[in-house]
Design a protein around this ligand. Structure first.
Ligand code: IMP
Length: 448
């Protein structure tokens, strides 16, 4: 029987992604035995700083940096084998993984869908075409959307297919036939040679085979025996395919519910899982789409200061992130759609020394006051933020800050304002990029 006292943890971005999840995931990974990615693909980019050394992982769970953990890529992920092997080779080269036994640490679901070259090609062509009239999403161009489209249209290639050349060929041929029609006639681009892709797939599938397993079964056993599992969310709640700022979203379920579908563990799991929402002390967004508290035009000097001090450039694409104040309306929405049970506040240090900080507590739209996120992206783009102004906090000795009472009173007030609005406690405060610069108020894997 499952242990009922020990909780699992899901880590979710509570904004538009890039909330500093990498660091929190790293911290929580130390306490987990199993770490699983359940949605998205290598559009994610988790930056970790360990002993002053920066590592960016896009696909393999960040928990891999802790020895002795099992890192799983679940069925809900879209899986790019080339990126997987690039990361794996880098980790082996750095001595993080041991050559020959990597597959004991990193496991890939046989049900995950594979990103193939034509997905990347289509992603890029679509974005370029849409950009002509400004309707592009600003995707990471990693083929994420087209791979999920194929999954839903039942033209996808799964990892299970990839390692079975005997049944792979006809599936590939069928999928590529359609792609070539699009590529040739709509985009006027080069077509794909099915034989070449097949050969590449066979090669990759052969190398991948030892890593492939039924990750659901592995997790089911783990949960049954009360082993702590960390569900590593990617992107953020406002980029969710259902609940985000559609169509300016990614193509997966980034909310906590995605962890159930993307791993195959049942709904009952929710009752024993703490959902930690990661929220930055301000907001950023990459790509296009609504962002009411954006200050690029209204307060460009502050936007630049935050971007420069906070190194707000995409970990995957290097694009400068759009910057704005913390939006509590969007945060509250994220708390609700995820069932967030507590928050981890990151990057408050970037605002150290600011005279004043702002918190958005409502929007106005067409003369009405809104306390919720509008469904229609056009409406949301016109929503004006209504702010509370709060005094900023001075620089302080961050290295010596071991508990909340060590923080400046203005920062504590800022944290309290977030808790009051969001209705959940802040149980982790990150005061700097390093592992040790973290205040843990409540044990994340403890009882709910
Ligand atoms: P896609 O996921 O590459 O299709 O991109 C769709 C949207 O999600 C674009 O606005 C991207 O910038 C955004 N996005 C995807 N992954 C991330 C992420 O890890 N952090 C922040 N934004 C992301």
């Amino acid at each position: 029987m499952a242990s009922s006292t020990r909780c699992n943890v899901a880590v979710i971005g509570a904004q538009w992604g890039d909330e500093g999840k990498g660091k929190v995931v790293d911290l929580l990974s130390a306490r987990a035995e199993y770490i699983v990615r359940y949605q998205g693909g290598n559009n994610a980019g988790h930056t970790l700083v360990v002993d002053g050394k920066k590592t960016v992982l896009h696909l393999i769970p960040s928990g891999v940096l802790h020895p002795g953990k099992v890192c799983l890529i679940g069925n809900g992920v879209v899986f790019d084998p080339l990126v997987f092997f690039e990361e794996l080779d880098a980790l082996t080269g750095a001595g993080v993984l041991h050559k020959g036994s990597e597959h004991e640490t990193v496991r890939v679901s046989e049900r995950a869908h594979v990103i193939l070259p034509y997905h990347r090609q289509l992603d890029s062509l679509r974005e370029r075409r849409a950009a002509v009239d400004g309707a592009h999403i600003g995707t990471t161009v990693r083929g994420i959307g087209p791979a999920y489209e194929d999954k839903v249209s039942r033209r996808g290639i799964t990892v299970a297919d990839l390692i079975r050349p005997e049944t792979l060929k006809p599936k590939l041929v069928r999928a590529i036939e359609e792609k070539n029609a699009l590529l040739k006639h709509l985009f006027g681009d080069s077509v794909i040679d099915a034989d070449r892709i097949f050969e590449e797939c066979v090669r990759t599938g052969g190398r991948l085979k030892p890593f492939v397993c039924d990750t659901r079964r592995v997790l089911q056993e783990a949960v049954t025996h009360g082993r702590p599992v960390l569900f590593e969310g990617a992107q953020g709640a406002l980029l969710d395919i259902d609940h985000g700022t559609y169509p300016f979203v990614t193509s997966s379920s980034t909310v906590a519910g995605g962890a159930i579908i993307g791993t195959g563990l049942g709904v009952g799991l929710g009752a024993t899982t703490n959902v930690i929402g990661i929220v930055k002390a301000y907001t950023t967004r990459v790509g296009t789409g609504p962002f009411p508290t954006e200050i690029e035009k209204s307060e460009p000097a502050i936007a630049k200061r935050i971007r420069d001090v906070g190194a707000e450039y995409g970990a995957t694409t290097g694009r400068p992130r759009r910057v704005g104040w913390l939006d509590l309306v969007a945060l509250k929405y994220a708390v609700e759609v995820n069932g967030i049970t507590s928050l981890a506040l990151t990057k408050s240090d970037i605002l150290d020394g600011f005279e004043c900080v702002k918190l958005c507590k409502s929007y106005t739209l067409g003369g009405n006051t809104l306390y919720d996120v509008p469904a229609c992206a056009e409406d949301y783009s016109r929503a004006e933020p209504m702010y509370d102004f709060m005094p900023g906090w001075p620089e302080y000795d961050r290295a010596a800050a071991a508990c909340l009472s060590d923080l400046p009173v203005e920062l504590r007030d800022f944290i309290r304002a977030i808790e009051d609005y969001a209705g959940v406690p802040v149980t982790i405060v990150s005061t700097g990029p390093g592992r040790e610069q973290t205040i843990v108020v409540k044990e994340p894997f403890g009882q709910r």
